[in-house]
Ligand binder design. Structure first.
Ligand code: FAE
Length: 544
């Protein structure tokens, strides 16, 4: 057994428990997330036109939050610009976030119809009309692929499944070849796991609780076919989940909350890095503000153009501010789109020829299996996955055993596979449309499907079961048209130097998932966080 356990923490650093107590978390976590409150002083209002800031961070996901916290701790005032909402105010139902089973105006970024990753069930399409609003999940459509991303203060941490996976060390050289693995596994992965509040499930509880029956069925089927089942850590507070199961606290994971936000229990960045960053008193955030341009200022620093938007997406103000340093943390797609535009339109013409290249979707492919009636997966399913099937070395696939929290017995096993596909796409600027294009083809997913089949064909043969064909359309087995894990586009040591500095532009940095060349072999946010910790430490000691 070689589970994806958390690497040991760095000696002398604050423990996870100490850290969470310090940020007001532990059991109060769920209630905190309701109000969005923390012990931190209130952040100043949105950035003003003409402002000058020492450090401006574009985006409030993993990379941006690490940068903001560490810069602030080093004494630098930071302003974070986030195109999504703050997600700190309840709607008319008293909840900040909508439920996965009942998407509403809060669920999608500027769409009039939902685009649910599982689009169909038993032959029925699930999508429905919703009012256009700056909702939490962006289903951004490119030819051949829909890229799902979180929008709001906390970025992807708001919507993701919380799976906090440190890749096996033997695979690290293929993930980030120019990075010292010893440093990552001794220092930065432990630091990231601590900062994120990663915890592991109590395995005795896993073995007995109704809400992980689906995962136990997945484990049984994997092991009967000779595959390795691995437990996966998570940032969802498993003690809170136990109390949900006991009926002692308001439910989130056990009430099907996940891709449109969790009202309780999940340690999103709002509860961890961002709470700590705000508590320094040096970090302020402008939600509903979108960076559209960054260009050098004669005499040093950068001019940053920002559009303020309302909840319909309409621009209500355009602001021009000045920053000594700018950190691109808009996520793989956001940063790649900005950089190819700035290079092509003459704002940052000196960006190198690697800009926009090396983009991948972490080989994501989804599928479901139909089980026999004697293998029910349970009507109560925790929305937080905590196990997977590892066939990476033999077949190029790691499959997360995912929930289908419909509230009824479906006899279905559902999986998100991460595969070792060699395919990479590229962003480029389209002057005619004024948009960044991504050259991706759905057919490129065939290698991923083949790798996923190394697991599921074998399990189906052993169990005498079949693939579900009703989840992604009619008679469609594979969810091969989407990804949750965009990576690359400004690859480390290619588009940037080995610490994310943009060559030729002192004071410009990339610090998010766009640095990682397309694949992490597991779910990516722990690696994004650890790499950001490594890079910001170097930047603070050498550049400031
Ligand atoms: P990210 O978190 O996307 O943050 C970028 C931020 O920048 C966003 O808040 C944007 O709104 C903002 N932004 C973009 N453009 C601009 C602009 N021009 N101006 C201002 N702001 C801007 O980036 N990963 C895991 O490891 N485990 C999981 O269980 C998992 N589950 C997932 C489930 C779903 C449904 C989704 C969508 C993703 C999941 N992921 C998971 C992926 C993970 O959330 C993602 O890799 C990270 O959030 C990426 O982190 P970044 O810091 O790169």
């Amino acid at each position: 057994m070689s589970d994806f356990t958390m690497p040991k923490r760095e000696p002398g650093r604050v423990s996870r428990r100490g850290f969470l107590v310090g940020t007001g978390s532990i059991l109060g976590l769920g209630l905190m997330s309701r109000t969005g409150a923390s012990a931190a002083p209130a952040a100043a209002g949105p950035i003003g036109d003409g402002a000058r800031v020492p450090a401006l961070v574009i985006g409030t996901g993993y990379g941006g939050s690490v940068a903001a916290l560490r810069l602030a701790q080093a004494g630098v005032d930071v302003h974070m610009v986030e195109m999504g909402m703050a997600w700190d105010t309840p709607g008319s139902d008293g909840k900040i976030f909508a439920n996965t089973r009942t998407p509403d105006y809060r669920s999608y970024w500027l769409r009039t119809r939902t685009k649910q990753p599982l689009s169909n069930f038993l032959g029925y399409p699930l999508d429905k009309d919703v009012p256009r609003y700056t909702g939490i999940l962006d289903a951004e459509e490119f030819p051949g692929i829909t890229v799902y991303q979180g929008r709001g203060v906390g970025g992807g941490s708001l919507v993701n499944g919380g799976m906090a996976v440190t890749p096996k060390r033997s695979r690290f050289a293929a993930i980030l070849p120019s990075v010292n693995a010893d440093e990552m596994y001794n220092v930065y992965y432990p630091r990231a796991n601590t900062g994120l509040g990663v915890n592991e499930i109590d395995r005795t509880w896993f073995d007995t609780t109704a809400c992980y029956q689906f995962a136990r069925v997945g484990r049984k089927h994997a092991q009967r076919s000779g595959f390795e089942f691995v437990y996966v850590p998570n940032v969802y507070d498993f003690n809170y989940m136990k109390q949900e199961a006991a009926g002692a606290v308001p439910k989130s994971a056990l009430e099907a909350e996940v891709i449109y936000g969790n009202n309780y229990g999940k340690r999103s960045l709002q509860q961890t890095y961002l709470a700590q960053a705000k508590a320094t008193g040096r970090v302020s955030i402008s939600p509903l503000h979108k960076v559209t341009s960054v260009s050098p200022l004669s005499g040093g620093g950068y001019t940053v153009v920002i559009e303020q938007i309302d909840t319909t997406g309409a621009t209500t103000a355009t602001k021009t501010v000045t920053a000594d340093r700018v950190f691109f943390a808009a996520g793989s797609v956001g940063t790649s789109k900005l950089l190819v535009k700035l290079k092509a339109t003459g704002a940052l013409p000196g960006l190198n020829g690697e800009t926009g290249k090396g983009w991948g979707e972490n080989g994501n492919v989804m599928c479901g299996r139909a089980n026999h009636m004697w293998d029910p997966t349970g009507s109560l399913q925790s929305s937080m996955p905590t196990g997977g099937i590892d066939n990476w070395d033999a077949g190029g696939a790691f499959a997360e055993i995912a929930p289908l929290p419909t509230g009824i017995e479906t006899y279905a096993s559902f999986y998100l596979a991460i595969t070792n596909t060699p395919r990479r796409g590229e962003f480029s600027w389209n002057a005619a449309t004024g948009q960044a294009d991504l050259n991706w083809q759905t057919a490129w997913k065939q290698t991923s499907i083949d790798m996923a089949k190394t697991i599921f064909d074998k399990i189906n043969a052993k169990e005498g079961t079949i693939y579900r064909t009703d989840l992604f359309g009619t008679y469609k087995i594979w969810g091969d048209h989407l990804t949750y894990h965009p990576l690359g586009g400004a690859v480390l040591n290619k588009a940037t130097d080995n610490y994310g500095r943009l060559p030729g532009y002192p004071g410009l940095y990339v610090i998010d998932g766009s640095l990682i060349p397309g694949n992490t072999s597991v779910n990516p946010f722990v690696t994004i966080t650890a790499l950001a910790e490594r890079n910001i430490e170097k930047i603070i000691t050498t550049d400031l």
